[in-house]
Design a protein around this ligand. Structure first.
Ligand code: SF4
Length: 208
């Protein structure tokens, strides 16, 4: 087997001076890394173009890949429920992912999630950067470690960011776990309660 070539990255597919819909359409044709090859389609962010809160997950899952929308599978349903219980309206939040194509391994008929590599996250970062530039939120919420590292760099950890706000010139940043980790947690009830606490903290600081 030969060595894997460095991805060209998404940047050369991002149109200049474009609005969000134009950028979304361009992302559908991205070939910035190899993940487009096996996935069904690009799953771009969704939500109001002027949302004050952007939530960033890791990558689309199996159902997101087939439906073409972020957070529509089991983790998305848990996120919806938690957002509602924490007093957020999902319709007011812009939801996206650090990586826009589903990475998976096939096991029989099932497609099992595989975590994107740092190289793939970096290759895809131009889409997320463009979304953040165009939406211009007040707050970015990283859902899970991959999102935290995509937004803040490789040393960022959810443990350090939970319940904290990092002030950046354009927006504040915080983090909580990815809702899929709540689904996988041995003590799901406690994990969900902790997730709700994080969202309540985010809601309270957003309304100040
Ligand atoms: S994962 Fe990102 S960089 Fe790679 S092909 Fe998909 S949209 Fe492009």
């Amino acid at each position: 087997m030969g060595t894997t070539a460095k991805p060209v990255g998404a940047a050369e597919f991002v149109p200049a001076d474009a609005d969000l819909d134009t950028v979304r359409a361009a992302a559908a044709g991205c070939r910035g890394c190899d993940l487009y090859r096996n996935a069904t389609q690009t799953v771009f962010g969704e939500g109001p173009a002027d949302a004050s809160v952007v939530m960033v997950g890791e990558q689309p899952g199996d159902q997101e890949d087939t439906q073409g929308q972020p957070f529509v599978g089991p983790a998305g349903r848990l996120l919806d429920r938690a957002l509602g219980e924490a007093g957020f309206d999902r319709e007011t939040v812009y939801l996206t992912n650090a990586v826009k194509h589903f990475k998976f391994a096939e096991r029989g008929k099932r497609r099992i999630h595989k975590q994107p590599s740092r190289t793939e996250v970096v290759a895809c970062s131009a889409w997320l950067a463009t979304e953040l530039e165009l939406v211009a939120p007040e707050l970015v919420v990283c859902l899970g470690a991959v999102a935290a590292k995509a937004v803040l760099g490789p040393s960022a950890t959810v443990g350090e960011l939970r319940g904290q706000m990092v002030q950046r010139p354009d927006y504040r940043i915080t983090a909580t776990v990815h809702p899929s980790s709540v689904l996988r947690a041995p003590d799901r009830k406690t994990a969900y309660a902790d997730f709700l606490d994080d969202l309540a903290y985010i809601r309270d600081t957003t309304r100040q």
